[in-house]
Structure formats: C-alpha cells, structure tokens
Ligand binder design. Sequence first.
Ligand code: NAD
Ligand code: LMR
Length: 338
Amino acid sequence: RPPNSQTEESCVLKRADCRAKGGPPGFKVAILGAAGGIGQPLAMLMKMNPLVSVLHLYDVVNTPGVTADIGHMDTGAVVRGFLGQPQLENALTGMDLVIIPAGVPRKPGMTRDDLFNINAGIVRTLCEGIAKCCPNAIVNLISNPVNSTVPIAAEVFKKAGTYDPKRLLGVTMLDVVRANTFVAEVLGLHPKEVDVPVVGGHAGVTILPLLSQVKPPSSFTPEETEYLTKRIQDGGTEVVQAKAGAGSATLSMAYAAVKFADACLRGLRGDAGVVECAFVASEVTELPFFATKVRLGRRGAEEVYQLGPLNEYERVGLERAKKELAESIQKGVSFIRK
Ligand code: NAD
Ligand code: LMR
C-alpha cells in the first residue's frame, strides 16, 4: 500500500488534471474550529460537496480523530488535519475559502457580546494567519459576536495590507434559514418555496427580517408580524435554552454554513445570479458593515443590494438595529486599533 501522502498527492494531481481538461473545478476549503459542535457536521457536509477538492480541518484539539473519521467517506475531497497553532500556516496555505466557526458558544443567560473577550482574540490570531498564508481567500466568519468579529477581521486585514472588503463575509445564513422555516409554518408552505430577506446584523434586535419582502408575496397580521420577528430574532436563544448549558445551535448552523459556503463556491466558479444575505462592508446605511442580500461572484460579494422599500414596523426596527450595531462594530474596531 502506498503511504498516505502519495495517495493524497496523486488524488490532488488527478483532480488538477481534470480541472485543466475543463472538468469540474475543485476548490480548496479550510475549516478553522473543525473539531467543534459546528465544525464536525460542517466538515462532514463539506466533504460531501462536489465543488470541494481539498478540505483542511484545523483546530487546537481533536483534529486527528475528526480527520480520520471524515477521511473515510467515499466522496471526492481529499481531507487533511492540522492540530494547534504551529500547524495553522500549513492549514491555510493555498486555500480558496476559509470558514471560521472557532470560539466559545453561549450558555443560558449570556448574550453573544458576552463571548467577545474570548472570541475576539481567537478571530484576530486566525485572521493574521489568513493575511499571511491565503490573503486572496474568501472568508466566511461564523464566530460570535459576528457584529464585532467581522470588524475585527477587517482591521486585522487592513493592518496587514491585504483587506478586500468583498472577500470578508459574516455568516447570517442561519437567520435566513430560521426565517424561511418559521414563515413557511405560518403560511402553510414548504420552506423551500419561501424566501425571507433578513438584514442588519446577527444578534437580537439587529436581526431584522423584512416580512414585507417575503417571496411569494404575502401579508401578515400585526400579531403574526410581531410573533415572527421576535421568534427569528430569538432563534439562537431558543436553542441555547433548550440545550440548557450544552452550547448553542450546531446542526442547523452547519447546514446554514454549508448552504452559504456552497453559494460562495458557485460564485467563485463564475455561476450567474448567486444571491444570499451576509454581513459585509456596506454603504447601504451610514454604518460601515451591514447585512443585506449580496451577489456572490469570482471576487466574493461583488454587489451589495439596497434594502428596498420598508414598512413602518421595519423602519422602526431598522433604527433600533442600527443603534446596537454601531456600538458592536465600534467595539470590534477598537479591539484592534487600541
Ligand atoms: P464549540 O465549543 O463546540 O466549538 C468551537 C471549536 O473552536 C472547538 O473545537 C475549539 O477547540 C475550537 N477553537 C477554540 N479556540 C480555537 C483557536 N484558537 N483556533 C482554532 N480553533 C479553536 O462551539 P460551536 O458550538 O461550534 O460554536 C462556535 C462559534 O460559532 C461560537 O462562537 C458560536 O457562538 C458561533 N455561532 C455562530 C452562529 C452564526 O449564526 N453565525 C451560529 C451558531 C454558533
Ligand atoms: C445562533 O444564532 O444560533 C448563534 O448565533 C448562536 C447563539 O449564541 O445564539
């Protein structure tokens, strides 16, 4: 039996050859925090994605086991594991897409902002690695508080001289996934038939579902609007409370992260009309970052869409969201600049 490394390299070479001959492209994807509650199912689902040719799994614990396990799946991607800070650079070199679910999750009674003190430093270190080893990669940032970790990442990249706002995306897909689910329940439709734009940010009142723009066009009573908006805003807390100290959403998040990563990869491949919501650098409001629909292309978030017409309920929600978002963004920026 040839040593593993030879097998791996020949797989990669065969895929590169296939790509050169006009076959399906394969992208190189790294997951940072791959042994965690989100990281493991996310790694499994990315191993099943035909757009992925190489999958790097990095964490500070347990990656050998997760890598051995996922590596036995008979799908195309070559899987490699990386353990601990000394292996971060090898994990990142050559990557097209880096997905970051590294960091601590909430327990009941905590806000996402309570995670700032630990997760800010983790995100800084990982982004310094990205700036050094794969500055052109698309970054999907999941670690909370997203409203602050995305500005932190932007500042790290600015400091390193590698910042491209199009390539840095805060993942708010779980809010959209929840919104589609809850709105479909109320409308009596299959969730796949429903599209709810969710804008703003990813915490409490900064999560702003635009029910007036739901597809298919639908009307909601004031009670339904209040119920749906609150349920979508509190979706994360609902899971944190149900897990009762054992963490926050992991499985639905892995599903949402893969849905979003797949959209990014289709954009990178050059597919037309790939549009999803994400928290990105934005001129849609006076804030430097804001979540709206974006068009994903070869360079990342190539187009950031405007909010569209809002009703009075949404206009009030927008002002409340912007107030909290401004503070969270500033907190992230100051963490690096101070
Ligand atoms: P978890 O504790 O189960 O897993 C986190 C993983 O990160 C662990 O395996 C840990 O070893 C690893 N890690 C810690 N420090 C690291 C470092 N310096 N480098 C690499 N890896 C490191 O937590 P989880 O449930 O997977 O959640 C992870 C994060 O995602 C949390 O911050 C959580 O709040 C956030 N989250 C975000 C969303 C969203 O919608 N954006 C949804 C759910 C969870
Ligand atoms: C979520 O929305 O589920 C995540 O942000 C995790 C959390 O802390 O709620």
